[in-house]
Ligand binder design. Structure first.
Ligand code: FEO
Length: 171
């Protein structure tokens, strides 16, 4: 089965985005770990693993079509952060960028009448809805609970619980 050059380029570009997200979440996890946010560390290490899983889905999809996936070099992620809240806001922005890229690929697949890539991308469309909601809900906690030390400790516990929650069985 053939897919267009444009689609191949977009899918390879997505590998870079997922790899960058994985690295970026690992840097966030590491910062949380060294800063004493145990929940944040667990949460972001798990997020980093999840993004690696996403990257592999794109690699396997291309390779299974007989198109060699390009394994990218990625830029060093930011490693110094202001607060737990600022990390979560940065992560939400990152997810919004990924959502835009996924939607663009869906548009390419529709234009190309590429039904297999369209079907492959459906999982990611749904995943992005869940991801954005997850980060938005966590960010809301700062308004609901507060930003003092006790509140942040509570939010860190929420992050630990979220990290421990069973992952989507289809992930
Ligand atoms: Fe792979 Fe969280 O987007």
């Amino acid at each position: 089965m053939k897919i267009s050059k444009n689609m191949q380029k977009a899918l390879n570009n997505q590998i870079t985005l997922e790899a960058s997200a994985s690295n970026s979440y690992m840097a966030m996890a590491s910062w949380c770990e060294v800063t004493g946010y145990e929940g944040g560390a667990s949460f972001f290490y798990a997020q980093s693993d999840e993004e690696r899983t996403h990257m592999l889905k794109f690699i396997h999809y291309l390779n299974n079509l007989g198109i060699s996936a390009v394994i990218p070099a990625t830029k060093s992620p930011a490693s110094n952060f202001k607060s737990l809240e600022s990390i979560l806001k940065t992560a939400l922005k990152n997810e919004q960028t990924v959502t835009t890229a996924i939607h663009k690929m869906v548009e390419i697949s529709q234009k190309d009448k590429d039904h297999s890539t369209y079907a492959f991308l459906e999982w990611f469309v749904n995943e992005q809805v869940q991801e954005e909601t997850k980060f938005e809900t966590l960010i809301q906690k700062f308004e609901l609970i507060g930003r003092d030390k006790i509140a942040i400790n509570e939010i860190d516990k929420t992050l630990a619980a979220t990290a421990a929650a069973p992952a989507d069985a289809t992930a």
